[in-house]
Design a protein around this ligand. Structure first.
Ligand code: C5P
Ligand code: ZN
Length: 484
């Protein structure tokens, strides 16, 4: 969606308000508490804010949260910080935060669909309040970047991290695989600062530097059976196509392929996907804007903004979110080695679950209006979200949203993830509203974006919850309003 200069100016004005409250607290010498979400966008957002605060000489603490609920809100209220900043979270829980943090200084830098009115004393920077689409046009890290830039123009070098966050939230999910809306301005800042280069090409990870079969195997979204995460099979696939992986004894990278070889590769992957019963419209997923972080070492996963976001997701989902945030804030060496190892584990965990789901058709159960994946007892709830994302982007022809759930370990609750397609959104689907309304019926909590949303509900209610979601999707697609 196109965004007007006025809309960007309005967002900037809010960011300036947030920055001036933050500056007041820095000048006071207060300890500022920052809470951010653990996914790639949340880690980028928290890292951007952390870096900006560090540069401003602030005392602060960054804490990464898996979600917001009563328990988390109570804990944050007890901390009684002079200033609490939420990045990539908060707007969907304004009622709860308003109750728990009454009369406190709170800044919310978020892009989730806001609910209810803004509580007294809160400052919120959120694209939705200015008619900007927070799902596609700017991410949580983009909003954090706006506030960082309002704090100090020098923070323009952090724009490239907001590009990483936006890609982590799949804001390039359009035909050209290009960041648009407010993200376009952020990309411009990142390029202007000299930290980012943008080209159009194949989107496989390590396009410039890695052997082709490794680049193919590292790309798991879309998930290509027998290629994603499988270097040996990838190599065999290339050889079969007559694409030479080496020239003069040196591995070739994707950038070394001729135009014809690239075409052969894409069309063969498309055929391969169709033969596996998946969508073959691969040019949509595998060709687009490549965002290169020019100051990162070429061989590291940080060089490509998309791969950087996968690394962050890996740390966040494998219980090492602090590592991801440290990398965003500039730590390399040991941190990077550890995180790089984590990507391998993350990829193989996801691949294991995707295989498990696609092995038997009944594991992707079709109801009237939704598909359901019952991961209870098998899928680790911590990687449910990326598994659900990859399923929905790979199975584009599904035509119904996917709802997946898994048990939260040690609790009587399940974690729910839901994903829809752009087509369904155009037909009126809003999963954020559905997750919020349905979870609240069962004393759970939920929300998010139109195309991707989540919830937590008691395990005993999960069947009823799914029934209700099935009905609500049907209603929404028939044009009826669900929720506020
Ligand atoms: O957890 P998952 O990635 O499936 O969530 C999708 C989106 O919904 C995320 O942006 C997340 O922040 C949001 N969400 C939410 N409330 C929840 C769970 C998820 O706002 N209880
Ligand atoms: Zn986000």
């Amino acid at each position: 969606m196109s965004v007007t200069k006025q809309q960007v100016a309005n967002l900037t004005k809010d960011a300036e308000k947030a920055a001036s409250l933050i500056q007041e607290h820095i000048d006071n010498g207060d300890v500022i508490h920052v809470h951010s979400h653990v996914d790639a966008d949340g880690l980028s957002a928290g890292g951007i804010m952390g870096k900006a605060l560090l540069r401003a000489g602030a005392k602060f603490r960054l804490r990464l949260e898996r979600w917001m609920d009563e328990k988390v809100a109570d804990r944050i209220a007890q901390e009684n910080a002079a200033l609490t900043i939420f990045t990539d979270m908060g707007s969907g829980y304004l009622d709860l935060l308003g109750e728990r943090l009454q009369n406190k200084d709170v800044v919310i830098l978020d892009h989730h669909q806001p609910i209810t009115e803004l509580p007294e004393g809160f400052i919120q920077v959120n694209p939705h309040t200015h008619g900007i689409d927070g799902t596609r046009d700017i991410s949580g890290s983009g909003v954090a970047y706006f506030a960082a830039k309002a704090l100090d123009e020098k923070n323009i070098d952090l724009a490239c991290l907001a590009v990483v966050g936006a890609l982590g939230d799949l804001q390039d999910k359009n035909k050209e695989r290009k960041l648009g809306g407010v993200n376009k301005y952020i990309v411009e800042d990142a390029v202007k600062s000299g930290f980012l280069e943008v080209e159009t090409d194949l989107l496989f990870f390590g396009r410039e530097t890695r052997p082709i079969h490794q680049a193919l195997a590292r790309t798991t979204n879309p998930f290509i059976p027998e290629i994603s995460s499988e270097e040996d099979k990838s190599l065999a696939f290339l050889m079969n196509l007559g694409i030479q992986p080496k020239r003069n004894d040196k591995w070739r990278a994707l950038r070394d392929l001729s135009g014809d070889e690239k075409k052969t590769l894409l069309s063969s992957i498309a055929e391969h996907l169709v033969s596996k019963g998946l969508s073959g419209d691969i040019s949509f997923d595998l060709v687009g804007d490549v965002y290169t972080l020019t100051h990162e070492e070429p061989w590291t996963p940080l060089r490509s903004a998309r791969e950087f976001s996968v690394l962050l997701n890996a740390t966040g989902r494998m219980d090492k979110a602090g590592l991801g945030a440290a990398i965003v804030m500039g730590d390399r060496k040991k941190c990077l080695d550890e995180a790089t190892e984590m990507i391998q584990q993350y990829r193989s965990t996801i691949t294991k679950y995707l295989r498990w789901i696609t092995e038997k058709p009944e594991r992707l159960e079709e109801l009237d209006s939704i598909y359901v994946v019952r991961g209870d007892g098998f899928i680790d709830e911590k990687v449910l979200s990326p598994v659900c994302t990859i399923l929905s982007t790979t199975l584009t022809k599904l035509g119904k949203p996917i709802i997946a759930y898994a048990r939260i370990s040690g609790e009587d609750q399940v974690k729910i993830s839901s994903r829809g397609s752009e087509q369904l959104i155009q037909n009126g689907l809003n999963l954020g509203d559905i997750m919020q309304v349905a979870s609240e019926k069962f004393s759970g909590r939920g929300g998010g974006h139109d195309v991707a949303a989540g919830a937590q509900v008691p395990i005993k209610d999960v069947e009823e919850f799914i029934k209700l979601v099935n009905q609500l999707v049907k209603k929404q697609l028939a044009g009826e309003k669900v929720g506020s």
